[in-house]
Design a protein. Structure first.
Length: 582
C-alpha cells in the first residue's frame, strides 16, 4: 500500500504503521510530498513522524478510531458493502431534510438514524442533508469544529457507518447531501499546521487565521479541500455537498476556490454519470455565487436564502432583534420581495449592517430551485439562547401557513428535523470538549453573547452539560401521542405531495408573482400553476386571487376551507390554502 503526505517544512518523515517505522522518500518532484510503501490491512493504525517527533494522524486519513488525538486507521472505500445501485438524484424538484446524526435519535448513530428513513421517504423527502460528520473532540457536538476533513466521526459509526447509512437511504429512494466545513478547523486537535502552511495570518475570519487559499503553498491547500469534497462524493456515493459559510473562504486569486471546486464536481459527475451538486451558505447576497463559470461566476449550483427565512420569521413572530431588524419594519412586504426576487437585500441599505448590502439576482436566468427556502435550520434554531423552535414559540397550528410558503413556494424546500410534526423539543448548542479550559471559554463566551441581548447567564444552557445534548434529542413519540402534531404532520405530507405533483422543477423566478397586505397581514403567492394564500392575522381575511379559475388542493383549516368567490378567498385566522389555477 502506498502512503503519501504533504509536509513541505519537514527534513525527514517517517511512517509509523502499527508501531513500526518506515522511512519515507521525497515524491512528486520534490514539492513537499513524501511517500512510502508498506503492507497494511484495513484498520491498521498509522501516522507520520516529522523530523523525529511523535507520529501525527494523516491529514488525508479516512478514520480516527481513537478520536482527533489518536492515530489514523487504514480504510479501503472499495471494500464498502453496497446493496443498492444509485443513479443519483438532482437538486431540481428536491425536498431536503436537514438532520443532525447525534440528536436525530437517542443513540446518535448512523445505524440508529436508518430506522427513520422510511418515515422520510413516506413524507415525500427526496434528500437527507447530514450536518457535518468529520471528527471533532469528544462524543457530542454540532460538528462545525471538526479537525479532520477527510474522515468520519467514530462515535457516529465511522466511515463504514456512513456508507451503511447512505446505502440504506438509497434503498428508500433518498439522496444524501453532506454539510462540509472548509472555512476553518476546530480549536482543539487541529494538527494541520504541523504539516504545512494550511493557514495564513494574511487574512482572518471569525475563527482566527484563515485557511490559506491564495498565499505561498496554497495550491496544495486548495487541492486538499477540493480532494476531500470529491472523495466524499465519490467514495460514499453522495449526491451533493452543503458548503458552510463560503463568505469566510478568503481568496484573492483570479480563480476563486469555489469555481475550482464546482468545476471539479461537474467533472466528477460527468465521469460517474450521475448528478452531483453544491449548495453554498453565503451571507453576501452576491449573484456571482450562482452565476456560471463561463460568465465569470463561481458556478455553485444553489445557495441558502437566509433573507427568505428572516422575512418569514419576522412576519410570524414579530421579532425585531439583530438581523431581523431589517425585515421587521414591513415583514410581509419583505417576504413578498424575497419570494419574487430571491434576496431582500439586493443593493439597498441594511440598518443591521449600517451599509448597503448585496446585489440583485438576474430573475430571468436564475431558477427557483437554485435557492433553498426554509422556516427553520440548525443555525436559526440552535443559535437562539434556548434553542426554541417555531412550534414551541407559536404553537403547531401557527406554523401551518409558513409550511405552505416553504413547501409550495418557488425555492427548493428544506425542513429541519422534527419540523414536520411541530417538534417542541429544543435544539440547543452543545459541546463535549475534553479540554477544561476550552470548555470554560466556550461556556462563558456563549453566556456573554446572550447577556448582550438581555438573557440572564443562568438561563443560557451550559453547552458542556450532557443534559443540554439530551434535551435536544428528537422525541419520536410526539406525533403519535399529540393529535395536533399528527395533524400537522399530515399537512406537511399533503403539501409535499402537491409540490411533487404540480410544480415543474425548473421554474424561473420570473414566473413568480406575489401580493401582500401589510395591515391585513395576508399574502398571496402565484408560483407557476400554484397559488398559495396565507393569513397571518388574528382575524379572518379575504385576499384577492385575481383572474382565473381555481381548485383547492390543500387547506390547513380542514372543513373551514372555502372555494374562491368573486375573485377572493375567505381565510380564517392563521389559515393557509393552496390552489391550482386552471
Amino acid at each position: 500500500m502506498l502512503f503519501e503526505v504533504w509536509a513541505p517544512r519537514a527534513r525527514e518523515v517517517t511512517l509509523r504503521l502499527d508501531g513500526r517505522p518506515h522511512p519515507m522518500r521525497p515524491a512528486h518532484g520534490g514539492e513537499g510530498w513524501w511517500e512510502a510503501e508498506a503492507p497494511a490491512a484495513p484498520g491498521a493504525r498509522y501516522g507520520f513522524a516529522l523530523d523525529g517527533g511523535e507520529p501525527l494522524p494523516d491529514p488525508r486519513g479516512r478514520a480516527l478510531p481513537d478520536g482527533p488525538e489518536g492515530l489514523s486507521a487504514v480504510v479501503d472505500p472499495a471494500r464498502f458493502d453496497w446493496h443498492h445501485a444509485w443513479p443519483g438524484r438532482a437538486l431540481a424538484g428536491a425536498v431536503l431534510y436537514e438532520l443532525h446524526v447525534g440528536t436525530f435519535t437517542p443513540a446518535g448513530t448512523f445505524d440508529a438514524a436508518t430506522e427513520h428513513l422510511a418515515h422520510l421517504a413516506e413524507l415525500g423527502i427526496t434528500h437527507v442533508q447530514l450536518m457535518p460528520v468529520c471528527p471533532f473532540p469528544g462524543v457530542h457536538g454540532w460538528g462545525y469544529d471538526g479537525v479532520a476533513p477527510w474522515a468520519v466521526h467514530q462515535p457516529y459509526g465511522g466511515p463504514e457507518g456512513l456508507a451503511r447509512f447512505v446505502d440504506a437511504a438509497h434503498g428508500h429512494g433518498l439522496g444524501v447531501v453532506l454539510d462540509v466545513v472548509h472555512n476553518h478547523l476546530g480549536p482543539s486537535g487541529n494538527r494541520l499546521p504541523a504539516f504545512g502552511p494550511y493557514f495564513t495570518e494574511r487574512h482572518h475570519t471569525p475563527w482566527g487565521a484563515a485557511v490559506n487559499l491564495d498565499g505561498p503553498g496554497s495550491d496544495q491547500v486548495r487541492s486538499y479541500f477540493v480532494g476531500s469534497a470529491l472523495a466524499f462524493l465519490r467514495d460514499f456515493r453522495l449526491d451533493g455537498l452543503r458548503l458552510d459559510a463560503v463568505h469566510a473562504l478568503v481568496d484573492d486569486r483570479a480563480e476563486h476556490v469555489l469555481a475550482e471546486l464546482s468545476a471539479a464536481v461537474d467533472a466528477l459527475a460527468e465521469a460517474e454519470r450521475r448528478p452531483m451538486f453544491l449548495v453554498a451558505e453565503s451571507d453576501r447576497n452576491d449573484p456571482r455565487t450562482l452565476a456560471p463559470r463561463h460568465a465569470n461566476g463561481l458556478g455553485v449550483h444553489a445557495q441558502w436564502n437566509d433573507d427568505f427565512h428572516h422575512a418569514l420569521h419576522s412576519a410570524a413572530t414579530g421579532e425585531a432583534q439583530g438581523y431581523y431588524a431589517d425585515f421587521a419594519r414591513a415583514p410581509l412586504t419583505a417576504l413578498a420581495k424575497t419570494l419574487t426576487g430571491g434576496f431582500f437585500h439586493d443593493g439597498g441599505y441594511s440598518s443591521f449592517r449600517g451599509r448597503r448590502h448585496g446585489r440583485p439576482l438576474a430573475r430571468g436566468t436564475v431558477l427557483g430551485h437554485q435557492l433553498l427556502g426554509y422556516a427553520q435550520t440548525h443555525d436559526q434554531v440552535g443559535n437562539r439562547a434556548l434553542g426554541d423552535r417555531l412550534a414551541a414559540l407559536l404553537g403547531p397550528e401557527a406554523v401551518a401557513p409558513l409550511a405552505a410558503l416553504v413547501l409550495c413556494g418557488p425555492f427548493t424546500p428544506m425542513l429541519f428535523m422534527g419540523e414536520e410534526w411541530g417538534a417542541t423539543t429544543p435544539w440547543q448548542y452543545f459541546t463535549d470538549h475534553p479540554d477544561p479550559a476550552l470548555a470554560a471559554a466556550v461556556r462563558d463566551g456563549r453566556r456573554r453573547e446572550f447577556a448582550a441581548h438581555g438573557w440572564p447567564a443562568d438561563r443560557v444552557p451550559d453547552p458542556q452539560d450532557p443534559a443540554t445534548r439530551d434535551r435536544s434529542v428528537l422525541d419520536w413519540d410526539e406525533p403519535v401521542l399529540d393529535p395536533a402534531k399528527a395533524a400537522l404532520l399530515e399537512w406537511y405530507r399533503r403539501l409535499i405531495h402537491v409540490r411533487h405533483r404540480h410544480l415543474p422543477p425548473d421554474l424561473p423566478l420570473s414566473a413568480v408573482r406575489c401580493e401582500a397586505d401589510e395591515a391585513a397581514r395576508w399574502l398571496v403567492l402565484h408560483n407557476g400553476p400554484l397559488t398559495v394564500a396565507v393569513n397571518l392575522a388574528e382575524d379572518a381575511a379575504s385576499p384577492p386571487l385575481g383572474p382565473g379559475t381555481f381548485t383547492t388542493l390543500a387547506a390547513s383549516h380542514g372543513e373551514e376551507r372555502s372555494e374562491p368567490s368573486d375573485g377572493a378567498l375567505a381565510l380564517p385566522a392563521g389559515g393557509a390554502q393552496v390552489l391550482l389555477r386552471t
